[in-house]
Design a protein around this ligand. Structure first.
Ligand SMILES: [Ca+2]
Length: 267
């Protein structure tokens, strides 16, 4: 895009078209979402901003901003930004977007396709409930995180440099040690299929963990070099793991299946 002198944005021929959605959120604030559409019609999420409008003086305040809103977002999320203190938060049976703001938080996001963003520092428990939920651990978070999901297509994203991420099974639970030594414990990631005798990813587990690619100097690969790694978590048992192509994976991304013994089927 080029910025012309009068402030209008002219579209560069052949470039990806921007798309802006503006809608009122359920908490009364205004949600503004920016995404782009490539020449093949694929939509890429760029930025979401929540704005509080004060009618008495027509002032607008940015309440929250994130790149991480998933995909082409419906703007009817119930958006909640918790503060830096230790919060106990019970979501509703609809689409919650909850940011912890740090602290020893306990989040129950209940039904709906929820997004929970874990931030700052603290010992956090997240129960996403039923639905296709996404737990995003922000770059810079430290502490302990215990995640329980209900049934659904659940995804875990871990921000920051995770080139040295470590995954282990402790007392039957998956324990992820992140690049800064924090631990993420995942309850009921695996379940035994009694018919095959093989251990599978349970419907309460994460379909995959998404991390971004960093270079040898510890810098995030950006632009054309940017890529993400999708980790499908096996266990120490004989596994049957299905590594389906993640919806948001692109050409240069890699899907990594981690297991001691695994029968792998790509679909
Ligand atoms: Ca908090």
């Amino acid at each position: 895009m080029n910025l012309s002198d009068d402030g209008w944005i002219e579209e560069t021929p052949g470039a990806e078209a921007p798309m802006v959605n503006i809608a009122q959120l359920k908490n009364g604030n205004i949600g503004v979402n920016l995404s782009k559409i490539d020449t093949e019609g694929k939509i890429t999420q760029l930025k979401f901003v929540e704005i509080e409008f004060e009618a008495s003086d027509s002032s607008m305040t940015e309440v929250a901003a994130s790149v991480e809103y998933p995909g082409f977002i419906p703007l009817d999320f119930q958006v909640t930004d918790l503060g830096s203190g230790s919060d106990l938060y019970m979501g509703e049976g609809l689409q919650d977007h909850i940011s912890t703001g740090g602290g020893d938080d306990k989040i129950m996001s209940a039904g709906g396709d929820d997004v929970v963003v874990v931030q700052g520092q603290g010992d956090v428990e997240v129960d996403t409930g039923l639905g296709d939920d996404r737990v995003i651990v922000e770059d810079g978070w430290s502490g302990t995180l215990l995640v329980k999901n209900g049934a659904g297509s659940n995804i875990l994203e871990i921000g920051g440099n995770q080139e040295d991420i470590d995954v282990d099974i402790v007392d039957g639970k998956v324990e992820v040690t992140t690049g800064n030594g924090s631990t993420i414990t995942i309850d009921e990631q695996h379940s035994l299929n009694t018919q095959t005798g093989l251990v599978e990813i349970s419907d309460k587990g994460f379909e995959y963990i998404k991390i971004d690619g960093y270079d040898d100097q510890g810098l995030l690969h950006e632009g054309e070099d940017a890529y993400s790694t999708y980790i499908v978590l096996g266990s120490n048992d004989a596994n049957y793991l299905v590594a389906s192509q993640p919806d948001d994976a692109e050409d240069n991304d890699e899907v990594y299946v981690g297991a001691v013994m695994a029968l792998i089927s790509l679909s």
